[in-house]
Write a protein that binds this ligand. Structure first.
Ligand code: SF4
Ligand code: SF4
Length: 217
């Protein structure tokens, strides 16, 4: 899959999201997200990598921020990652309360998109993906051990670390054995690593070796 094709898919989903938002039909997007959770069990977090409007906006923004200086790591209070569950609980609460009291649906996803932009201006993208995003935390839950995922064919890896540098979720790590390992739960299936890998050793599919780890970051 080429970079241009992936970009096109992301833009199409972003346009669909904007159209649904304008027409007040974001419930349909919620249905799409629910379906993606089932897909995540088998195919990993393809929603995050291809469909999520937040990630589509964050990707170019994080590149611009990176060029202007080194964005920061997660602050201490965010390190555990439990904040993402708080984000989810608050989102559900706001949605239910506004429906009950104001008879209106708050566009929760739009609010999180604005927060994601603010966070990306200061921190590395993994901070939002892994520590804050309420949608990401659900995707992580369902993509605990997907049958298909990006994986590293260890024999071909020379440990150059190029893949580490382009991973928005810090889901790939070169370990002491000079081989890259992917955390399937954290992986957004975005293919950045596959595209940059000069040995062509990263692929999407059912892994034949044990090049996975849990909890890189
Ligand atoms: S870019 Fe490829 S060769 Fe380099 S460390 Fe990653 S998987 Fe290994
Ligand atoms: S491991 Fe590769 S496919 Fe997964 S999020 Fe990182 S760069 Fe994207």
């Amino acid at each position: 899959m080429s970079k241009a094709f992936i970009l096109l898919v992301r833009i199409i989903f972003l346009v669909v999201f904007v159209l649904l938002l304008i027409n007040g039909k974001l419930l349909l997007w919620l249905a799409l997200f629910s379906l993606s959770l089932i897909l995540a069990v088998f195919f990993g977090r393809i929603y995050c990598g291809y469909m999520c409007p937040i990630n589509t906006v964050m990707m170019p923004l994080s590149q611009i921020v990176k060029k202007r200086g080194q964005p920061k790591d997660a602050p201490k209070w965010l390190v555990s990652g439990k904040t993402a569950w708080v984000s989810l609980a608050v989102s559900v609460l706001i949605y239910i309360l506004t429906r009950q009291l104001l008879h209106k649906s708050v566009p929760v996803l739009l609010i999180w998109l604005i927060i994601a932009v603010a966070v990306t201006l200061r921190y590395k993208p993994y901070v939002f993906h892994n520590k804050i995003c309420p949608f990401g935390v659900l995707q992580r839950l369902f993509a605990r051990s997907p049958r298909f995922s990006q994986y590293v064919q260890k024999a071909g890896c020379d440990g150059c670390r190029d893949c580490e540098k382009v991973c928005p979720a810090e889901a790939i790590e070169v370990r002491k054995d000079e081989k890259a390992y992917i955390d399937r739960q954290a992986c957004l299936q975005c293919k950045n690593c596959e595209i940059i890998c000069h040995t062509k050793t990263i692929q999407y599919g059912h892994p034949v070796d044990h090049s996975f780890i849990a909890g890189v970051k």
